[in-house]
Write a protein that binds this ligand. Structure first.
Ligand SMILES: [Cu+2]
Length: 507
């Protein structure tokens, strides 16, 4: 059997003797997978069984009520978002009855659109999508559709964008508007002018900031962009340049500036994630990784060790504790060459990576990863096209949900007994818990994933004081670090085990 000793060597000293004994026992048993899983779940986590999924989850978005909407293929795994979408309720388990697969009657093929939960109404905004012209796929539309999670209905917003977009990025701005950037108009033409959507008002083009370098010809495919602490939007490109976009400058026409920070060569299909306020982990080509810090007057980047191999079409998902799960991908874009079945957990405290057990399915082109309110991570999709069409999902259980011993059993979780449904910046909220000794409170933006990106994903540690079972939690002071919208609020007990999140609306 192969046993990596390094995680054990890093374990705190009380565990070392037990670790050695447990590993010896596992080896004596021939290293059966069950024995291995039982001893190491507390630092490697575990993958659940393969779950059938009604379609290939090319797009997946966590709804304000904790369910997951996904879409991108038909029930046979053909690339098209024209016919169906799915709503999965994790509270109903994983059988067919936990899914509500509904007809898309909008007429829009939502395949390779953008999607995000709007911060005010909580509806999902779907921007653009696919069109087949004269039998040729992958043209674009400027259709805008909305999904209402209260009625499970998908309908036309009746307000098209100015530009047709296929592969656009969407993100929430500090002022509550939604920025759409990138994508292409047709197979030869990018869409280099961003647009802003404001609920109740409609669309406005950022006519002063058209750029082929930032989000056009050289970086059109789901450009990576984040609301930054300085009020602007920070953008990385695959060729290395980075930008600040001010969507509100010049009377709403926008302002764009290139920053002095250049990154090594990247790729549309290598992930990046805002893992702390103003801080981004960015995976670049050739197993490079950079930590970008936007908290100073100018963006800075530091070099850290890579994740071990390039993971084209992999995902990076910040978890309830601020560590990042880097999952899926392969060495060659959308080919079953150097497939990474095992994920890596990146720890921002020491920049180390911990290998997870192997998942069952390759998650390549058109796969997603999404943090669930229960602290587990949904990994789904891949295919259409790809080496395999994954009409399936797996759920990864992170180490923090296991007892910190060698039993391989799940820990007892603290419970949030009360929390407000809405809150605003710079205030304190009371959060009730079923136990004392809460050690940590965190806030994670509800995710919206597709094509290696997770729009708006971010993590914020919160400060708090405790009085018996009531916490007084200080919320972020600025919408620049915590844009309006829906967040998962987690509390951790003294053993570092998180609660199921309460989803609260900031705004
Ligand atoms: Cu696509």
């Amino acid at each position: 059997m192969s046993v990596s000793l390094s995680p054990v060597a890093r374990a705190s000293s009380p565990f070392r003797a037990m670790a050695a004994a447990a590993l010896a026992a596992a080896c004596a048993m021939g290293g059966t997978p069950g024995a291995q899983a039982a001893i190491d779940t507390y630092y490697r986590g575990s993958f659940g069984p393969v779950l059938s999924w009604p379609l290939i989850a090319i797009h997946a978005v966590l709804l304000p009520d904790g369910r997951v909407m996904s879409y991108g293929s038909d029930g046979q795994g053909n690339q098209t978002g024209e016919f169906t979408y799915d709503v999965w309720d994790p509270a109903k388990g994983t059988a067919a009855a936990s899914h509500l697969t509904l007809p898309n009657t909008t007429g829009t093929d939502t395949f390779c659109s953008g999607q995000i939960v709007l911060p005010s109404s909580g509806a999902v905004l779907l921007t653009g999508g696919d069109k087949t012209l004269n039998g040729v796929r992958n043209y674009s539309v400027n259709d805008v559709n909305l999904f209402d999670w209260r009625s499970n209905s998908l309908y036309s917003a009746q307000q098209p964008m100015s530009f047709l977009r296929w592969y656009p990025t969407v993100l929430t701005l500090a002022n509550g508007s939604t920025l759409v950037l990138g994508g292409r108009i047709d197979p030869q033409t990018p869409a280099p002018t961003p647009e802003v959507y404001t609920e109740g008002i409609g669309w406005r083009s950022l006519s002063r900031v058209t750029s082929d370098d930032a989000y056009g010809l050289r970086n059109w495919s789901y450009p990576k962009a984040w609301q930054a602490p300085n009020g602007k939007v920070f953008i990385t490109t695959i060729w290395g340049g980075t930008y600040y976009l001010d969507a509100n400058a010049n009377g709403g026409a926008g302002a764009l500036e290139r920053t002095a920070l250049s990154l090594p060569e990247g790729d549309n299909y290598l992930p990046a994630v805002m893992y702390a306020p103003g801080k981004i982990l960015a995976l670049r080509k050739f197993n490079r990784a950079r930590l970008i810090d936007l908290n100073g007057t100018a963006p800075k980047a530091t070099t850290i060790g890579g994740v071990g191999q390039d993971r084209y079409h992999g995902s990076a998902t910040v978890m309830a504790d601020g560590k990042v799960l880097i999952s899926g991908g392969s060495m060659v874009s959308n080919e079953a060459i150097g497939v990474a079945y095992s994920a890596r957990i990146w720890n921002p405290a020491n920049n180390g990576y911990t290998a997870t057990p192997a998942g069952s399915k390759m998650r390549l082109y058109h796969s997603i990863s999404l943090l669930l309110p229960d602290g587990r991570v949904l990994l789904a999709g891949g295919g259409a096209p790809g080496p395999v069409n994954n009409l399936n999902a797996e759920v990864y259980t992170p180490p923090y949900l296991y007892k910190q011993d060698w039993s391989g059993t799940l820990a007892t979780r603290p419970v949030i007994t009360s929390a407000p449904a809405t809150a605003t910046w710079g205030t304190r909220i009371n959060v009730g818990t079923d136990v004392t000794g809460i050690s940590r409170v965190t806030l994670v933006k509800t995710g919206s994933a597709t094509h290696t990106v997770d729009f708006d994903q971010r993590f914020l540690p919160l400060t708090f004081t405790a009085s018996s079972r009531t916490l007084s939690v200080a919320l972020p002071t600025s919408a620049n670090v915590a844009p309006p919208g829906y967040y998962m609020l987690f509390v951790f007990n003294g053993a570092g085990v998180p609660s199921v999140a309460r989803i609260i609306k900031l705004g």
